[in-house]
Design a binder for this molecule. Sequence first.
Ligand code: NAG
Ligand code: NAG
Ligand code: NAG
Ligand code: NAG
Length: 362
Amino acid sequence: MMSLQRTKLFPFFIVLVSFTCSLSLAMSSNQLEQFASEEEVFQLFQAWQKEHKREYGNQEEKAKRFQIFQSNLRYINEMNAKRKSPTTQHRLGLNKFADMSPEEFMKTYLKEIEMPYSNLESRKKLQKGDDADCDNLPHSVDWRDKGAVTEVRDQGKCQSHWAFSVTGAIEGINKIVTGNLVSLSVQQVVDCDPASHGCAGGFYFNAFGYVIENGGIDTEAHYPYTAQNGTCKANANKVVSIDNLLVVVGPEEALLCRVSKQPVSVSIDATGLQFYAGGVYGGENCSKNSTKATLVCLIVGYGSVGGEDYWIVKNSWGKDWGEEGYLLIKRNVSDEWPYGVCAINAAPGFPIIKEVASSSAI
Ligand SMILES: *[C@@H]1O[C@H](CO)[C@@H](O)[C@H](O)[C@H]1NC(C)=O
Ligand SMILES: *[C@@H]1O[C@H](CO)[C@@H](O)[C@H](O)[C@H]1NC(C)=O
Ligand SMILES: *[C@@H]1O[C@H](CO)[C@@H](O)[C@H](O)[C@H]1NC(C)=O
Ligand SMILES: *[C@@H]1O[C@H](CO)[C@@H](O)[C@H](O)[C@H]1NC(C)=O
């Protein structure tokens, strides 16, 4: 289960350790369904606190957090019990967000994103990327295996997922074009994109536009991430530049084709993903015909398992969320999802570097 497609990037022992941790918590929560004494749940809570080094200022706060934890645990058990296919369908777990209520979580991580493309003027400026060479696509693609994806990082309590998506997409195309994987500055995008709102959120169309207009972006090493609003640094280097931003317009095949060529920025409604612990997420808790977006992330590949087709999505909530920081989300679904599961196909965007645009050999 652990390694549908991850074998190379992470040392085996990390996989083993995280698997063992989630297994022990999962086992205790199964036992809780049978015994369910508050004392046992409290012990589990304390073990969880220790594991996540979570301390509370006073007893009142601890009691409040325990209430929320209990309610989340009930929810996690309920949702896991409803799974139809335990081998492929997504599962929930007691992760680091287990002491946050869904409302708090939404406020801290998932503020609804204003989609700039609903504004006609900005939409007109966007150029559509037309792919010619889309026949015989591989059955699966994983840009991580090709060394085009940097490590999953943790945005912290700064809603900068949009900036992580933008740097991730540029890191990908830069590696594909130049052969170098360079970790780029998320903080620069947070501080400097005038059309976004720093840690209060943003969208990738604007942020790619900033990088284009600025003539490039600095490295993470020179302009490191702080998880806070900051002032735009005048001495930022221009290490990697991009020439344009294009959008994928059309049915899912168009997105599949583009992902076979490079990592692609997308937005989704992530309302159901607070406790996501792995497996293929089928869009439970997303409304089918809406383009609502609460999280911007990066598709880094696609594949299939047990008859389920999925996208591999890089998130910025740390490696201790999901499948070592990644989400598998269902693709190739019926027309009931006009924008794809959780609207993942509502507005995909990707940067280009000229060499790629003029060649179809990638
Ligand atoms: C960060 O800056 C944005 C405006 O760009 C503002 O809306 C937000 O409140 C700021 N966040 C913090 C934590 O200061
Ligand atoms: C997700 O949907 C289920 C019903 O399918 C509901 O019980 C649950 O509260 C929803 N969760 C969130 C986080 O909205
Ligand atoms: C989505 O579907 C529901 C019911 O099927 C309908 O009431 C609603 O108007 C639709 N919304 C959009 C944005 O198409
Ligand atoms: C989509 O699913 C169908 C079967 O339901 C399969 O034949 C087809 O190859 C899939 N398409 C892609 C692009 O994976």
